[in-house]
Ligand binder design. Structure first.
Ligand code: ASP
Ligand code: MG
Length: 419
């Protein structure tokens, strides 16, 4: 049984989490195993802040030290007797982080990837050393040397040909002799060797890439929830675990923003018919959610997906002429240039309405870019998506709220609401 397992940052936010991950790895280490890890805790967010503030010396120094303290504190708890080799390895990574924050880049996206990718290098280094301390024969391989991408920083596309050759030739032989290969999710590098990232929460996708290329029998995502849930348990008391859904249904859920799985994860698995297991890391005896090619359970459960902080923008022509294909072309290229993903859209004769996630810098740039149009916008809205909806469900969530846009297909309803 060949397995790829992904461990997210939430599972590894403290020493106890790392210890638990170590136990799980040990449990499965008699078979060929690749583990893919994210940055610990919410370190990716902290690194994003460090990147945003890299022009401000005092602020960035403080942010850097906070990130360092968080890691060193975890190491103290994980290795109360100390681990000099690990401390040295961590120091090397913090030195590169410092260098990355001081370097000059062609653009802010390139800087982002150089800085933010170090979170995964730190976490993988910790896990690797912890596995060694448990007597597991492990090898740490930097995903930057395995995953080749284009230079579309912050959301890079994988070059499958290069990546396949590298992973096959380097990882296959290791799986014959070692207990575990440890690598990072989310990160890669472009042809010139510059760090890239695959988009926030991209570690799931990395696990799927390895699963596909290594012909794994299964890919597992360990979670701090019972499995794939039909809604966010942090938001809804009645959220339920889904036992089984198809690849197709999982792609739809991820597309609409279910935070459980990165949208790009499913395709590489579907291609080789590799089941994706979503399992609770705190109890490996519980049944996982299984995502495979079985479509018969897809409509058993309605799923509810909420996206906060939406902007609704209405775009009209200045002379009240119709919004037609040539205007739409201009509008879409402005969104694409500013890397703004449209969550929902609707048009009337003289205006085109879109909703998207709020990002102040991007919003400003978009407004500049669309200056030839009349723009009106609202912020602070909520986008609710219900798959396999019923009228009762719609009523339940819409009562007492103002509806700004509503769109229904046979299976899905999307509603843009006041909060
Ligand atoms: N650490 C990255 C993030 O938080 C990637 C991941 O967790 O999958 O976005
Ligand atoms: Mg993460």
């Amino acid at each position: 049984m060949r397995r790829v397992m992904k461990f997210g940052g939430a599972l590894m936010s403290d020493a106890e989490g790392i210890i638990k991950v170590g136990q799980l790895v040990k449990e499965y280490s008699s078979d060929p195993l690749v583990i893919v890890v994210s940055a610990i805790g919410k370190i990716t967010n902290s690194l994003e802040k460090l990147h945003t503030n890299s022009g401000n010396r005092d602020k960035s120094e403080k942010l850097f030290l906070d990130i360092k303290d968080y890691h060193l504190n975890l190491l103290d708890n994980l290795f109360p007797e100390g681990n000099d080799e690990l401390i040295r390895a961590i120091d090397v990574r913090f030195n590169s982080l410092l260098e990355s924050t001081n370097e000059t880049y062609e653009n802010r996206y390139e800087a982002y990837d150089s800085i933010v990718s170090i979170g995964e290098e730190l976490s993988s280094c910790i896990i690797y050393h912890y596995l060694l301390s448990m007597g597991i024969s492990a090898r740490l391989i930097n995903a930057k040397s395995l995953i080749t991408t284009n230079s579309n920083y912050t959301d890079a596309d994988v070059d499958w040909n290069y990546t396949q050759k590298t992973i096959e030739t380097r990882i296959n032989p290791m799986l014959e002799t070692l207990d575990v290969v440890v690598t990072q999710g989310f990160i890669g590098s472009d042809i010139s060797g510059k760090p890239t990232t695959l988009g926030r929460e991209g570690s799931d996708f990395t696990a799927a890439i390895f699963g596909n290329i290594l012909n794994a029998d299964e890919v597992t995502i360990w979670k701090n929830v019972p499995g794939l849930m039909n809604s966010d348990p942090a938001r809804f008391d009645d959220s339920e675990k889904i036992e089984n859904i198809s690849y197709h249904e999982a792609i739809e859920l991820a597309y609409y923003g279910a935070s459980v799985i990165h949208p790009k994860t499913i395709q590489p698995l579907k291609q080789k018919n590799i089941p994706l297991l979503v399992r609770p890391y705190y109890d490996s005896s519980l049944k996982p959610t299984i995502i495979n090619n079985n479509t018969s359970n897809d409509s058993n459960t309605a799923s509810i997906i909420v996206k906060d902080d939406q902007v609704l923008m209405s775009i009209g022509t200045q002379n009240l002429s119709f919004i037609a294909e040539d205007n739409l072309k201009q509008i879409f290229s402005a969104f694409s240039r500013n890397r703004i993903h449209i969550n929902m859209m609707q048009n009337s004769a003289v205006s085109f309405s879109v909703s998207f996630n709020k990002d102040n810098d991007k919003l400003k740039a978009l407004i500049d870019d669309l200056s030839m149009f009349n723009l009106k916008y609202n912020t602070g809205l909520q986008l609710l998506t219900i798959r396999h909806y019923t009228d009762e469900l719609i009523n339940k969530y819409v009562t007492n709220k103002k509806v700004y846009l509503l769109q229904k297909s046979r299976v899905t309803v999307q509603i843009l609401l006041s909060k």
